[in-house]
Design a protein around this ligand. Sequence first.
Ligand code: NCD
Ligand code: ZN
Length: 363
Amino acid sequence: MQAPEHSLRITRPDDWHLHLRDGDALRWTVPWSAAQFARAIVMPNLKPPVVDTAQALAYRDRVLAARPPGSDFEPLMTLYLTDRTAAQEIARARASGAVHGVKLYPAGATTNSDSGVTDLRLVRPVLEAMQREGMPLLVHGEVTDPEVDVFDREAVFIERHLQSIRRDFPALKIVLEHITTSHAVDFVLAHDARDARGAPLLGATLTAHHLLHSRNAMFRGGLRPHYYCLPVLKRESHRRRLLDAACSGDPRFFLGTDSAPHARGAKEADCGCAGCFSAMHALELYAQAFEQAGCLSRLEAFASHFGADFYGLPRNRDSIELRRQPWSVPDSLPYLDTRIVPVDAGTELGWRAVCDAASQQQA
Ligand code: NCD
Ligand code: ZN
């Protein structure tokens, strides 16, 4: 048997789905992501949401101002699609060069999604404009129908809405975000159309926590709120399909952490928030998942090539090192004036990313 590798050097990765929050939180969130990732698609679900280009540019400035000294971390901004989004906004967003996607949250689907779309028919002119401008639609793929079982919401969204969006806007670039089911994998695999550059027209991001955990993690020995995110973790057979997709070397599947920080008290509560914080150890978590699946050699393309190719951006030129150096994820960390519990708090991970000083400072 071959001796296991002790070090792994990969092209610097990008995070294609990230929540940085706003205000004071930026000084805390941005350094974590900047330590591992060169770029990130920054979600617009602030309170109030980022709904136009001017707001996205202002938010971008706030993110840039929160970078640690010397960091060239690049936030790739997104707009939050609402019932009232004007089709003309898309050309403005495209022309800014700073907006890289428009996020569809069905109203009420997840954290800060109250301003989301209530009826997809209302946004057809916007989708038309996005198709024309080559602006990707980033989809939180869950129905909000209270009649639908929470574990079925992704599958039902695909059936009720995504099939028809795909059919009606065949040249629209679509990312199905943080997929959690075999239905989502099958939907992506069934669509192999390419854009003019030869990049896929349909892709999907995968989080580390959905690759590592089934829904059992939420109930291990009691209720575990720090594993509650949306879309919610699914049964083990789905997790295995996600892992197969991530490890397949298919360029339609790429990294998006969905790191979504919530203070400890907001999660350990009567009505706890959805969202897992994983930015501090994202690469280590993905490496753990890929190694467990015996496909560590596929990590680089998934983390560092396919997302950039999908978005039509150059791959990063620098690299990052991972060392086989077991370490324990802290039980909690200081977060603003309180604390936060990272994903897999207290567990041992086999790999450690060699990051710049900014992140070590916080640990
Ligand atoms: C995200 C958040 O907290 O902003 N929560 C989550 O559970 N993933 C929102 C989202 O991406 O759904
Ligand atoms: Zn998210």
